[in-house]
Design a protein around this ligand. Structure first.
Ligand SMILES: [Zn+2]
Ligand SMILES: [Zn+2]
Length: 368
């Protein structure tokens, strides 16, 4: 028995495993006991728990992920501090550890060195990897973050910060709203379990469900449904292809609350240098993937290459002319100047060329 336990404990991380299993069980039990004995649903605490859950998720997605792991924008120190404090309340590890693992996931995707390698199965990528010492304790590799005193402070005192923000704080708020126990169970434990699942889905579902829009070489996929579950991280194929972009959902209608939060922070003057991949580069990647599909259905390389070149050069021309128009408009002020009229006409021509090319491309794609 002792030998078996020794073997088990050398392979599995007991602290992490016990927390992941016991936290939802105990929190759910306490919630049921509270509702049973108090004979009421603590609505105020429930609303607070939902708001706190949204803040926790956003601190992970906009903070841990897009700000600290990928540096896809710069943020005011107050925002950075809030992301680190609220992020710790989610019990997903310190920002340093989380970011180091995540960067490794990007650079070693789908290989044995990917900490949440989807090739080891859905369950492994979702939660299983955290039970095992070999994957949960991979060495820290984030030299830039190791120079960031806020990140290092959070890492050093992570346990205390996470207990205070994750359990003590909701317990105090619960007490103010009528029950410290309900605060602890619902806004503490249950919120942690739910927000953890939201992040875990990124590593499992985002590598299982959806389309490979921008790259077929990686398992990451784009899915609206998964984006709903993950605060916008569901456009994961795009994200893996263009990890520096502050957006995951690039269209205005793509569900990406994380992107909207970053834009709101920018509007408030609290975020800057939002990094964005050019639409030309994004379209190029998409056409490349789509042409692979068409090629496998009998379209010739030459035929596809010609049309792709036509579309991309029309797009390029459109961009160049629009910039030229803006420049001259500022210079001449008068929009009826002959030069401006000529550029406007050229813009219309380039637009038609681009749209016609895309229309033909879509016809090809439908036929494939
Ligand atoms: Zn991924
Ligand atoms: Zn990422």
């Amino acid at each position: 028995m002792k030998k078996l336990f020794k073997e088990w404990s050398s392979k599995y991380d007991l602290t992490v495993s016990l927390f992941l299993i016991l936290n939802p069980l105990i929190s759910l039990t306490l919630t049921i006991i509270y509702v049973w004995t108090a004979r009421e649903i603590p609505w105020a605490i429930l609303v607070f728990a939902l708001a706190f859950a949204a803040a926790t998720n956003l601190s992970i997605t906009a903070g841990y992920h897009r700000l600290f792991s990928h540096k896809s924008y710069d943020a005011h120190p107050i925002v950075r501090a809030l992301f680190l404090l609220i992020g710790a309340s989610g019990f997903q590890g310190s920002c340093l550890k989380w970011s180091s693992d995540h960067r490794r996931h990007h650079s070693k995707i789908d290989s044995e060195n990917d900490p949440y390698n989807i090739n080891n199965g859905f369950w492994y990528a979702h939660m299983g990897w955290m039970f095992q010492k070999s994957s949960v304790n991979m060495p820290i590799q984030a030299p830039d973050l190791e120079k960031d005193w806020m990140v290092m402070f959070q890492d050093k005192y992570y346990l205390w910060i996470s207990i205070v923000t994750g359990f003590v704080f909701p317990m105090i708020i619960g007490h103010l709203f009528g029950s410290a126990l309900a605060g602890l169970a619902i806004a503490g434990g249950l919120r942690i379990a739910l927000t953890q699942q939201s992040t875990f889905f990124v590593n499992s579902l985002c590598h299982t469900l959806g389309r490979q829009t921008y790259s077929r070489e990686i398992s990451a996929r784009d899915s609206f449904i998964v984006a709903l579950l993950t605060h916008g991280e569901g456009y994961h194929n795009f994200h893996h292809k263009f990890q520096i972009d502050f957006r995951n959902g690039i269209r205005w209608y793509h569900w990406d609350p994380t992107k909207w939060t970053i834009l709101t922070l920018k509007w408030m003057g609290l975020a800057s240098k939002l990094r964005q991949i050019s639409s030309a580069e994004i379209l190029k990647a998409r056409l490349q993937v789509e042409s692979l599909k068409m090629k496998s259905r009998g379209f010739s390389d030459e035929q596809l290459e010609n049309l792709r070149e036509k579309i991309l050069s029309a797009q390029n021309q459109l961009k160049r002319l629009t910039e030229e128009y803006e420049r001259f408009r500022n210079e001449f002020q008068d929009a009826s100047t002959a030069k401006l009229i000529r550029i406007r006409t050229d813009i219309q021509v380039a637009k038609i060329e681009f749209e016609m090319g895309m229309k033909l491309w879509r016809i090809y794609l439908k036929a494939a």
